[in-house]
Every structure is written in C-alpha cells, then in structure tokens.
Design a protein around this ligand. Sequence first.
Ligand code: FES
Ligand code: FES
Length: 164
Amino acid sequence: MPATTDIVRLIVNGDRHEVGVPTHFTLLETLRYVIGLTGSKQGCDKGDCGACTVIVDGEPTLSCLMPVWEAEGRQVTTVEGLATAAGPHALQDCFDLNGAAQCGFCTPGILCSAAVLLTRNPSPSREEIQEALSGNLCRCTGYSKIYDAVEAAGRRLLDAAEAP
Ligand code: FES
Ligand code: FES
C-alpha cells in the first residue's frame, strides 16, 4: 500500500514551500529528501547527536525529532540560510579560519546552535558557548577550535555592529 501523504506548507530560509510528504516524515526528512536541502545532517536520528539542528522561530531545534507538520507556518532556517548575499555568516568564515571543522558532519548543526547563541549574546563566555553547544557532538576536533571560532565570530559581529 502506498504511504499516505500530506500537504505541508513550510517557510525555509525565507522561501515558501508547499510539498507532499509521507505523514510520518520529520522536518529533517522533509528538508533533505523532499526540498533537497542536504546541509542538515542525519546522524543518530534520535535526538542524541545534534547534527540535524536547525533554527525554528529563533530556537535551535533537533529536526530529526520534529514531525514536519509541527513546523508548518514557522520560520525555519537551515545552514544553507545562514549566509547572505553579502557573503558567508561570520561563523562560517571563522570556522574556516580557525580550522574548526574536520570531517564537517557536525558543522551545520553546530553553526545553527552557535548562530542562535550569538544572536542573543555576541560576547559569550567559554562556559556559555559550551552550554549552547552541549547538544552538538563532534568526533573530530576536540571542541577547542570550535569554541575559538565561535568567540572570533562573536567579536566580528560586535565589531560590525559598532562600525560607523
Ligand atoms: S540526527 Fe538529530 S540529534 Fe542526531
Ligand atoms: S568535524 Fe567531524 S564530527 Fe565534527
């Protein structure tokens, strides 16, 4: 028997999508396999690793745990939506400059969690960064370069905000 599908309306990175999805799909599955935004990674698929983290209405959200219908009408931002026409997000640039990504599998989720943190507090302490990223697991970097990159991005955002 074919899977039952529902029509859902999503706003992802500012773009509106009206798509048919199997009723059991999560937001992550819809982003990756229906809309084609594969930046958000499917790691554990059960809420443990943070690789699937996106931003929903300004909150870091594990998209593997969110039924897609729960995202209807809400503002979803994925790693693909962090950059602007002006260039990469400060975090993306600082991760590059600080060597904060190795295999990169965890990076999209970490960038989304860190982007929310810096929106709220561009000058976080190391402890606040650790807390904000505590749900994002990285098997490669040992974290210190990630924390350095988040601090550097925060400084860059503050400098940009203070520039005349
Ligand atoms: S894939 Fe969602 S938390 Fe691991
Ligand atoms: S860079 Fe490989 S898991 Fe984080």
